[in-house]
Design a protein around this ligand. Structure first.
Ligand code: URA
Length: 184
């Protein structure tokens, strides 16, 4: 799958980015973290969430006792959009099957969606991020629980919302713990 993503030219983004950003972390992780798309730093180094938003993401994960290397981190899009514009629906439609395959391979116990793009595309909905927070959604044939929170880049611009993100993270931790109690 890593090789197929690296060779992918299904949408036009690959021509304008440095490299694909597949994802990183524990391939048998219980937690799968999904963001939007690589930015400049991620495009340069090939690893998701390594810029300023990544530092906040790491702090958010650490707050619920999850070291970065204990989770698997990826994005809805594997290629950086030019000038970090919003991903287009057609680009997401081409790329999302790779995310579905990643979920099927990692088999996480919970998916944490950071931001509107990750949440709406995982859940195939137009609902606002505000409406998606605080509820356990489910993804795919195995009905993996999905919890939605704000994107760290948004929190850097709107630090007043961090308190709500903390509520979401605690909710995710409780959801994971409750799910863990059920034998699979
Ligand atoms: N923002 C994202 O959504 N993903 C990254 O990898 C970096 C910034």
């Amino acid at each position: 799958l890593v090789e197929r993503v690296a060779a992918c030219t299904r949408c036009g983004l690959r021509a304008g980015c440095t490299q694909t950003v597949f994802g990183v972390g524990d391939r048998a992780a219980e937690w799968l973290v999904v963001g939007e798309a690589p930015g400049a730093e991620e495009d340069a180094c090939g690893e998701p969430f390594t810029g300023p938003a990544g530092q906040l993401l790491d702090a958010m994960l650490a707050a619920i006792d999850l070291p970065r290397q204990s989770v698997f981190i990826t994005n809805a899009l594997k290629c950086r959009p030019p000038e970090d514009r919003d991903p287009r629906p057609a680009e997401l439609a081409e790329c999302l099957p790779y995310l579905a395959e990643q979920v099927a391979m990692v088999k996480p116990k919970i998916i944490l969606a950071f931001g509107r793009v990750a949440a709406q595309n995982l859940l195939a909905t137009d609902a606002t991020l505000g409406a998606l927070r605080g509820v356990v959604h489910h993804y795919g044939p195995s009905s993996i629980p999905v919890v939605v929170t704000y994107h760290p880049a948004y929190l850097l611009r709107s630090p007043g919302e961090k308190r709500k993100a903390w509520e979401d993270l605690k909710f995710a931790r409780r959801t994971h713990a409750a799910n863990d109690a059920v034998p699979s």
